[in-house]
Ligand binder design. Structure first.
Ligand SMILES: Cc1ncc(COP(=O)(O)O)c(C=O)c1O
Length: 422
């Protein structure tokens, strides 16, 4: 355990631990983050000691277009200074503009959208929409999946440790193994209202399913009149090198759930976009549409400008050579240290390195921070090190990440015991 006495801002860590979240404070200190972050720009964060670190967390998925992207910051300032009517009871025109844009950029026939304040809240509302249409029928989700920390989202999530202590959760959920279509075929279709699925399981350590799997799930839903809900809260908004991973897998969800980077890491926002046929009861239902800040103009402005930034600057084309470089370099690293790195999984700017055990993974993360690179252990599987820089990272910065790994892993042999997973 790293000692806080060398911390520049020990006071804030102790206060944070005392009054906000002692677990998270301890977690950061264990990771080796013992200074506060002072400034963030693009792919980097500068801490209170003046160290500038490359952020391969992207703020845990919210910053696909980099920290404090100046275009979005300016758009938010402009929006604030216009003194527009932001609140109900009036209709928010910016929300309509965003809904139009979402209709254009989302796959298939998704036409109707509603905005919320987080990914979890968007998941809750996707679940409510399923209940409106399918009553008490089962919602099938995946083992090892993660959909958020609210009660409905947790009920759907497939990581038992996240649920512990919050029971009883909502009834009517069942999990099957991700990536195995036989498990879906083995269900009683007439009992199922919806299948909720992440196209790539992020928190499980970037698990990519067999390419045909999602198409097979789609067909099963079509054949059995089941709603397919695709959670792209983290994979969406360019993270995989596609605007949505659903495009890569060539599927059209019935309900697409989005969030995180849609607000550019600056303003919280989440949303659901659905086919029109699923919308009739939604529009009639005040309890689905009444969250106080949902669809507020500041969040919608941030979202519109984020999408435009990605489109106008060809960010998705530009990420391809970076993806190839990062993937190639991580695989070379794995070939050099096969006893430590067992596998490299990922696409776009979302990679997971499967490490021999979680103690070694923790050691690497801590020492990467000393090398001014922030990577992290997956919350769903601590043996996986997540490498997820923003899409706008430079090739030079990617080289620094790789150099950091070589430095750290070369020095590892005398420090850790392999094969110990305690
Ligand atoms: C796939 C997925 N769904 C939903 C959520 C919940 O989003 P939020 O943290 O904005 O509530 C997350 C958050 O990590 C996520 O990764």
């Amino acid at each position: 355990m790293i000692d806080l006495k060398n911390s520049e801002e020990k006071y804030y860590f102790e206060k944070y631990g005392e009054h906000i979240n002692s677990w998270y404070m301890t977690h950061l200190v264990k990771m080796g983050i013992i200074n506060t972050g002072i400034q963030a720009e693009g792919a980097t964060i500068t801490d209170s000691k003046g160290n500038t670190l490359i952020d391969c967390t992207s703020g845990y998925g919210i910053g696909n277009i980099g920290h404090n992207n100046p275009v979005i910051v300016q758009a938010i300032i402009d929006q604030l200074t216009r003194k527009e009517v932001n609140t109900r009871p009036y209709i928010n025109k910016i929300q309509i503009e965003l809904a139009d844009l979402l209709k254009i950029i989302t796959p298939g026939e998704l036409e109707c959208s509603y905005l919320f304040n987080s990914g979890s809240e968007a998941i809750e509302n996707a679940l409510k929409l399923v209940r409106l249409y399918k009553g008490g029928k089962k919602i099938i989700s995946m083992k090892d999946s993660f959909h958020g920390y609210t009660l409905g989202a947790l009920s759907a999530s497939g990581v038992p440790s996240f649920k512990k202590g919050f029971e009883p959760l909502l009834p009517g959920f069942q999990q099957v193994k991700f990536g195995k279509i036989e498990e879906v075929y083995g269900l009683k279709a007439e009992e199922i209202g919806a299948i909720l699925i992440e196209p790539i399981q992020h928190d499980a350590g970037v698990k990519i399913p067999p390419y045909e799997y999602l198409k097979q799930v789609r067909k099963y839903c079509d054949d059995n009149n089941i709603i397919m809900v695709v959670d792209e809260v983290i994979t969406g908004i360019g993270k995989t090198g596609y605007m949505f991973a659903s495009e890569y897998f060539q599927i059209e969800p019935d309900i697409l759930v989005i969030g995180k980077s849609l607000g550019a890491g600056l303003i919280p926002i989440g949303g659901i976009i659905t086919r029109k046929n699923l919308w009739q009861r939604f529009g009639l239902s005040f309890p689905m549409t009444a969250s106080s800040y949902s669809g507020n103009s500041l969040a919608c402005r941030a979202a519109i400008e984020t999408i435009r930034f990605i489109l106008d600057n060809n960010i998705l084309d530009a990420v391809k050579p970076k993806e190839l470089f990062l993937s190639d370099q991580l695989n070379k690293l794995r070939n050099k240290f096969p006893e430590i790195i067992l596998a490299v999984n990922g696409m776009g700017m979302m990679f997971g390195l499967e490490i021999i055990n979680k103690n070694t993974a923790s050691w690497i993360v801590k020492n990467m921070i000393k090398n001014n690179v922030i990577v992290y252990q997956s919350f769903g599987n601590a043996s996986i090190i997540m490498v997820e820089p923003p899409l706008i990272i430079s090739l030079e910065q990617i080289s620094k990440i790789i150099d950091g790994f070589y430095n750290v892993i070369s020095g590892i042999y005398s420090e850790v015991t392999f094969g110990n997973n305690d």
